[in-house]
Design a binder for this molecule. Structure first.
Ligand code: G3P
Ligand code: MG
Length: 241
């Protein structure tokens, strides 16, 4: 029940923005997530030469009017594509310059080989020269070696280990990298893993959860937040005492 009170500690994280309502990974999707109450937004970043693009797939076909592999098309071609409702594929910098500064920004490093270095350099500039604070960012990746490289280059910026499975050593990999959170696929929410993460002081966020009952169940289990295409379904307030 929605009632007056402080926002709960549970995070509604707009997955690729509010991708259930607007074209994923676009500026419109981020604006929509903010409007629907998301406290954080997530988007995917890939390196294309010297440019960091906000884009999820290897191929252009599913989400744009273009065709073929992202990395095989020229930047000029990519930048002219329609990513839905007239939106274009933004660079990381364009996305950051656009986003409402009240939300946290989870940047998922999708590509590897130089992505960490390029993103670290951009985020350091946003922190050092543009007034962003490190805690406004959370950088995550399935590519744990890339994430470790990011930590080395930008140790002030919080990181999260992305998991799609339960590692044999449970949450130890996140602790080793110095991450603050584990972002776990919903199929692998496991009591032992969650307890181990907790005991190491790590937050646990679960992706991608769109069903209202599932979201409420995860919240009741003590999960710290969910990635959802429908951020309004994960917004809760704690009743004033
Ligand atoms: O970061 C959580 C989630 O976005 C990971 O999976 O494929 O949606 O990028 P994917
Ligand atoms: Mg992602």
């Amino acid at each position: 029940e929605l009632a007056a009170g402080a926002p709960s500690g549970f995070l509604s994280i707009g997955h690729r923005g509010a991708s259930g309502h607007a074209p994923e990974n676009t500026r419109l999707a981020m604006d929509t997530a903010v409007r629907l109450g998301a406290q954080w937004v997530e988007f995917d970043v890939q390196r294309h030469g010297d440019t960091l693009l906000v884009f999820h797939d290897d191929r252009l076909d599913r989400t744009t009017d273009g065709q073929g592999r992202l990395l095989e098309q020229s930047l000029e071609t990519i930048r002219q594509l329609d990513a839905g409702r007239g939106e274009t594929i933004p660079t990381l910098q364009e996305m950051l310059d656009h986003i409402d500064r009240r939300v946290g920004v989870n940047i998922e490093l999708k590509s590897f080989g130089g992505t960490a270095a390029a993103v670290a350099s951009v985020l350091r500039e946003y922190v050092d020269q543009r007034g962003w604070v490190p805690d406004q960012f959370l950088v995550s990746s399935f590519h744990l070696r890339e994430l470790r490289e990011f930590r080395r280059l930008a140790p002030m910026i919080p990181t999260a280990v992305l998991l799609c499975g339960v590692p044999l050593d449970l949450a130890a990999c996140a602790a080793e990298i110095g991450a603050v959170a584990i972002n776990l696929a919903s199929d692998f929410v496991d009591a032992e893993l969650v307890a181990d993460a907790r005991s190491r002081g790590l937050k646990v966020y679960v992706y991608t959860v769109n069903d209202q009952d599932d979201i409420e169940q995860l919240r009741a289990c003590g999960i710290d937040g969910v990635f959802t295409d429908y951020p309004e379904r994960a917004v809760f307030v704690d009743r004033a005492a």
